[in-house]
Design a binder for this molecule. Sequence first.
Ligand code: PLP
Length: 451
Amino acid sequence: MKTEVEMKQGPQTKESHLWNAITRYNPKTEPTVAVSGEGSWFTDEKGNRYLDGVSGLWCLNLGHGQQEIVDAAAEQMKTLSYFPLTMNHRPAVQLAGKISELLGADYQVFFSNSGSEANETAFKIIRQYHNQTGNPGKYKVISRYRAYHGATLGALSATAQANRRVKYDPGVPGFLHVQPPYSYRSLFEGTPEETDLKAADLLESTIQHEGEESVAAFIMEPFISGGGVIIPSVKYIQRVQEICKKYNVLLVMDEVVSGYGRTGEMFGFQHADGVQPDIVTMAKGLTSGYLPLGATAVKSEIYEVFKEQGKDSHFRHVSTYGGHPAACAVALKNIEIIERENIVGRVKELGESKLGRLHQLSDHKYVGEVRQAGFLMGIEMVADKVTKEPLDDEKLGSILAECKKRGLIIGRNGDTVPGLNNVIIIAPPLTSTEEDLDFVVETVESVIRSL
Ligand code: PLP
């Protein structure tokens, strides 16, 4: 007799033709085959339920089963199934206006389908902007070690995690990197704020050494997420803005993970008073993962340069599906729910009262540092608190496996310097119930304390 799943989806076989993303082939593991989801939980084809403590790939911010979003997509597909953004459609115009409002200044918004594309789009805009404002030599983009900015070759060149890059190098010319403000393992002495500000000085000296006439932009996440949840002092972000302005270097804020409430503000950069990036890129939380959508929001002063008449000044860039009407309708409904349900306030409050309890783990012999911004949490695991030697791979893997056995999916940071992917990552849906959050905290705490 066929199972309910087979009747709905056809049989699932182990000899799958599916090539999994960023996953080592291992003939011994049975792949998890998800079949349904409800709130922060999903169920696999064997009927096991798991709490998704990393929101898929940090994107399922409103959890599964938001009927209003499903209805908005269906309604839009019925009304206008597809339309290119070489012209306008209403959901895209409305969404661009809403994004600009949320960013707190006038921005012009270019739509794409993913975070990688949103960053690629930014890089092309940056080069063309400088080209058309009398600085054609300004083409270099600086980012930070440990950063991840996407999988496509430009975005991968801005990425600085060696193991993600080595087999695909050389990347695109003109991308360079500086040390991040990583106070736990800083090259400098001092308080976290002092070492963070010294990391900002490195950006300034790099611009000077490269020649300011060659540096086009600096791209950063407000809080490095996949590279190990690195939370700098807000003064670092403010200082970076000052440096960028001083050298006519455009500041690009990658809000792909931190946008739309994850860190307890609508956008991560909004933690830092007075910061208003030249360009903001976003994806994931923009639709809570219900449909693919990326966006590159560019300050209106920059866009002016692309409006000049008679000079072929327009942006020669197109994405067939970027800003698909259904994706824009989904994003509008997603934002409506975030605002109506005060999701940002909820993240602030429950981030502190619930997830924040994990700071108690700081006393554990294998916990180097617990870092958090809202529902973005990293626990850096070390074998020795004094030498900060990373906890070995096997022990770290066993924490993730044991959590999964108990029904909780958590993650770890992407490949960086070998050994330094020792940060456990917790980023549950922003709609997780209080009981869900208790389950996350109690499971992680009990697994780590049993080491
Ligand atoms: N930027 C950041 C900070 C990310 O974490 C990611 C993906 O994880 C990207 C960009 C790329 O987004 P996408 O996978 O949608 O291309």
